[in-house]
Design a protein around this ligand. Structure first.
Ligand SMILES: *Cc1c(COP(=O)(O)O)cnc(C)c1O
Length: 365
């Protein structure tokens, strides 16, 4: 059986380091907002190449807090991709603003910058981009549009740790970059965790208050904040994982190369332009008979996933919030299939997945 992902396998090579880090924290007697969180924040800021990093409890909170901290006028519209993971849209709604959906490019799954002029309204104040599947959005075109119209850019980097456009990392293009360290992400904790990166001193200071009851000094509350702290244990584990992130991304990129070389032409493979450094959080192919192909793979011992089965505008939670037709999102959600690609997978397992897919072609020809 080729699993879609086994976290025990993915984390196996770091086990001794993780256990040592956990023991260090357990014995320290200090468990919330301490040395490990500060050390991780400065190490991650340095990795991304940005001045500030603020650890928070998860990726959704990173997005909500960043959007809130911008203090946009009440009733503002925020542009967001119609096929993003629901969290990006939930964050806009939770922060009190209106999500306005922009369709992605079929070929890259990422926001189509050419559609921005028709999506903007007199109430649009920000764009929230998602670098989906580990591939950077076209921040050159999106950034230029945002600049021209005075819009803030927030980046959802939950799937793009270490991804680059040219030599620039995701998380450094907008006013804030929001990361999730959910266990399956390219940089994954052993529980929930998240962070915001920003080069803006005032925003960073506000976020440091907001994550901790609006307080930086004990019992002095400056803002109406929340409890969304990164804990010492996850921070210590993340420091271990961060030191191996580039190796993890290289491993995933090497597995992606095996797919690119061995998958048949009748599946639509991920596409990226030459200047995009893709970290393949997900290797998503497309095929019109996605469900039959998925069943064939399972019958031959290969587990896959679909990211995602239901587009945001079709979700029950979004009725009355998202209206309109989104045919590109529908098409992507109906045809996408995510193939195994994790730190725990080997070259030969990926070749086996390719063989099983090639076999499907023979049977259906
Ligand atoms: C995982 C993910 C999130 C949410 O992160 P959590 O840590 O689970 O809250 C947000 N956006 C995208 C694109 C994600 O993949």
């Amino acid at each position: 059986m080729v699993e879609y992902e086994s976290l025990a396998n993915s984390n196996a090579s770091f086990m001794e380091e993780l256990e040592a880090a956990a023991t260090r924290v357990i014995r320290s007697g200090w468990y919330v907002l301490g040395q490990e969180v500060s050390a991780f924040e400065s190490e991650f800021a340095q990795y991304v190449g940005v001045k500030h990093c603020i650890g928070v409890a998860n990726g959704l909170d990173a997005l909500i807090l960043s959007i809130e901290a911008l203090g946009l006028p009440k009733g503002s519209d925020i542009l967001v991709a119609s096929n993003t993971y629901i969290a990006t849209i939930l964050a806009i709604v939770r922060a009190g603003y209106y999500p306005v959906l922009v369709e992605p490019e079929l070929a890259t799954f990422n926001m189509d910058a050419t559609l921005l002029p028709q999506a903007i309204t007199s109430k649009t104040r920000a764009i929230c981009v998602t670098h989906l599947f580990g591939k950077t959005c076209r921040m050159d075109a999106i950034g230029a549009f945002a600049c021209e119209h005075g819009l803030k850019v927030i980046e959802d980097c939950a799937q793009s740790h270490g991804a680059k456009l040219g030599s620039q990392m995701t998380g450094t293009f907008g006013v804030a970059g929001c990361f999730s360290f959910y266990p399956t992400k390219n940089l994954g904790a052993l529980g929930d965790a998240g962070a915001i990166v920003t080069g803006d001193d005032a925003l960073a200071d506000r976020l440091r208050h907001m994550r901790n009851y609006g307080s930086k000094q004990k019992y002095v509350n400056r803002y109406v904040g929340v409890n969304s702290r990164l804990d010492e244990l996850q921070a210590a584990l993340l420091r271990v994982k961060l030191s191996h992130l580039d190796a993890m991304n290289d491993h995933k990129r090497a597995l992606a190369d095996v797919y690119f070389e061995n998958l048949p032409d009748w599946v639509e493979k991920p596409r990226h332009r030459a200047d995009e450094f893709d970290v393949f959080h997900i290797y998503g192919i497309r095929h019109p008979q996605r469900d039959a192909l998925r069943r064939h793979l399972l019958d031959h011992g290969v587990k896959t996933e679909v990211h995602y089965p239901i587009p945001p505008h079709r979700q029950g939670a979004m009725q009355g919030i998202l209206a309109g037709a989104y045919p590109i999102a529908e098409e992507l959600h109906a045809t996408e299939l995510s193939l195994p690609i994790s730190g725990g997978h080997t070259d030969s397992q990926i070749r086996r997945v390719c063989d099983v897919i090639n076999e499907f072609g023979k049977n259906s020809a």
